[in-house]
Design a protein around this ligand. Structure first.
Ligand SMILES: Nc1nc2c(ncn2[C@@H]2O[C@H](COP(=O)(O)OP(=O)(O)OP(=O)(O)O)[C@@H](O)[C@H]2O)c(=O)[nH]1
Ligand SMILES: [Mg+2]
Length: 568
């Protein structure tokens, strides 16, 4: 592969790892735990292994010794080196931080922290401390070219151990799987072996602590299991159960694995072949793994859409009920309407409207005197009733969403801490009132603007813009019939006189338009208020989802790697 192609592949892999790591998978949908683990493993393996390995194909081969706790991994490593480099012990688990043993000449590469860049290095000779620190042990006893890493176990009660072991195995050029005569059939190790098989990781199996005389039988059984798992060609070594000296077996007991590592150290080509094989396998595994992640991200998007739909439904319902409520007559109490009607419903006023403007001015004096209090009363009435309706419906919508989210697998966690989310926000009432006052102002503006010709303007001014505006609101709130002209005559007395007043001023068609405009404006304002209320839920969701990339972005990043990796 040409350098430029390799650089391209490295850049695309780096981009993919970043994209993968940003996938939050925050919503609890079915299978999300597995998807989260797979996301971490994929991002880690790219950063920990693929990128540094592609960057330096000739770097020392890393053999990671992994397996269940107490299987004798540390004992085997000590035996291979010929002295104690990683303490073995009776407490389970013993090894809690990875210990990497290599020839002195190779330590530079591992110190560079290109490989496993997230793990800080420690080079002291003391007892390794627990934690995600890579302890480096440069020695003369191992040949240059091959490093051995004693990993924490992957089946212990320590979750940190398991995660670290998984991460280390994904960084291995070669995996030395250590198990024992007693435990080789355990389930967990076979899951890991299956993963190594799927990713094409170079692998050798060591069965430790074989009782005298049982080697043949156990070896045959393990081979059978390996073949069943599609790992029939994997090298298999058996190590007899022997007394230990200084935490080590006699060197001859581990001759098989020692020879394997020795050969790799000696033979550059063989070493390069192992590296290539694992690297190709890991690279080939990226596409299907990223594909599964894309699926998981898409499932998150579907869940988010479902949750958003619940919000839309609840607030859509609230909006419809407001629209319905406007024409139901519920916004104005009968006695308020009554006073308003008494004021404007006089035959005298209607006659005055028909008369010349100078006469009108003279004849509406009584109306003008009474009008201030009555218009104010109607305006206040509308504001408070409507505000209550909007807030009540917002309360109900909020509770509806919380209830719906609670019963949705992905929503429950989002409303676990419900706070004040199950009711309208505290500031809503004053916001609604302010918005309604603004709307009333806009209605007056509408009325004022309608008086296009001089005559109408003069009449509107003579009656008072406020009164005409209130007449319009009354028409609007008395009955939806107010919008359809003629039928309204029988619908409501107050609306009728208001309508008559307005019709006398503007004409029937213009009244209809005015009412429609005022109604649309009001509903638009209510929509904005509800949108802000619904926004609180959208915010919760957005907080959980964060800047998680969309499925398409992950798919694109994966495709780029697939294209760039094709030449490999
Ligand atoms: N007699 C004998 N004891 C062994 C042998 N292999 C391991 N042991 C003992 O088994 C125990 C576990 O060995 P370790 O090498 O610490 O096992 P490990 O796989 O590194 O365990 P963790 O670090 O906990 O994952 C120790 O007490 C060892 O002394 C062996 O071949 N013979
Ligand atoms: Mg150990």
């Amino acid at each position: 592969m040409a350098d430029a192609d390799r650089d391209r592949l490295i850049a695309d892999l780096t981009h993919l790892a970043g994209t993968v790591a940003r996938c939050r998978l925050a919503l609890d949908v079915a299978g999300v735990d597995g998807a989260r683990a797979e996301r971490d493993e994929l991002a880690d393996q790219i950063v920990d292994y693929l990128v540094p390995r592609l960057g330096r194909l000739d770097a020392p081969l890393l053999a990671v010794v992994g397996g269940p706790t107490g299987s004798g991994k540390s004992t085997l490593v000590n035996t291979l080196v010929g002295r104690e480099v990683s303490p073995a012990g009776v407490l389970r688990p013993t090894t809690r931080a990875p210990v990497l043993v290599c020839h002195r000449d190779d330590v530079g590469w591992f110190l560079e922290d290109r490989l496993l860049p997230g793990l800080p290095r420690a080079t002291g000779q003391g007892q390794p401390e627990a934690g995600a620190v890579l302890h480096l042990r440069p020695v003369d006893e191992l040949a240059p070219g091959v490093a051995v890493l004693d990993a924490p176990d992957f089946d212990s009660v320590e979750e940190a151990n398991r995660e670290l072991a998984t991460q280390l195995l994904a960084a291995a050029d070669l995996w030395l799987f250590v198990t024992t005569a007693v435990r080789y059939a355990d389930a967990v190790p076979w899951e890991y072996l299956g993963r190594a098989r799927d990713r094409g990781t170079a692998l050798a199996v060591v069965v430790n602590r074989i009782p005298p005389g049982a080697a043949g039988e156990i070896e045959a059984d393990v081979r059978r299991l390996l073949a069943q798992a599609g790992l029939g060609s994997v090298p298999l070594f058996t190590v007899p159960q022997l007394p230990l000296v200084d935490s080590r077996l006699p060197a001859a007991a581990a001759a098989g694995p020692a020879e394997l590592l020795g050969d790799l150290a000696r033979d550059t080509q063989q070493r390069a072949a192992v590296v290539r094989r694992t690297l190709s396998g890991a690279l080939a595994s990226v596409t299907p793994r990223a594909g599964r992640l894309v699926e998981a991200v898409a499932a998150q998007e579907r869940a988010a859409a479902e949750l958003r739909r619940e919000v839309d439904t609840a607030y859509g319902r609230a909006r419809a009920l407001v629209a319905e409520g406007l024409g139901s007559g519920a916004m104005l109490r009968a006695e308020v309407l009554q006073r308003w009607q008494e004021l404007i419903g006089t035959a005298e006023l209607m006659r005055a409207l028909q008369s010349r403007i100078s006469r009108l001015r003279d004849r509406v004096t009584g109306f003008v005197t009474g009008r201030l209090a009555a218009t104010e009363e109607v305006a206040v009435e509308i504001t408070s009733r409507l505000a209550r309706l909007v807030v009540d419906l917002a309360d109900r919508a909020a509770l509806d969403v919380v209830t719906a989210w609670r019963s949705h697998p992905a929503g429950a966690a989002l409303v676990a801490e419900v706070g004040d989310l199950d009711r309208a926000s505290a500031a809503l009432r004053s916001e609604v009132e302010a918005e309604l006052r603004a709307w009333q102002g806009a209605v007056l503006e509408l009325v004022r603007a309608r008086g296009r010709d001089k005559r109408t303007t003069a009449r509107v001014l003579a009656l008072g813009v406020n009164s005409v505006g209130v007449a319009l609101m009354v028409v609007l709130f008395s009955s939806t019939g107010g919008l359809t002209g003629g039928e309204v005559a029988v619908a409501s007395g107050t609306a009728t006189v208001s309508q008559a007043l307005l019709t006398a001023l503007f004409g029937e068609q213009a009244v209809r338009e005015l009412a429609e405009e005022a109604r649309a404006d009001l509903l638009a304002r209510v929509d904005r208020l509800f949108a802000a209320e619904a926004g609180r839920f959208a915010h919760r969701l957005a907080e959980a989802v964060g800047d998680s990339p969309p499925a398409g972005e992950v798919a694109d990043a994966a495709r780029a790697v697939e294209r760039a990796g094709g030449a490999w």
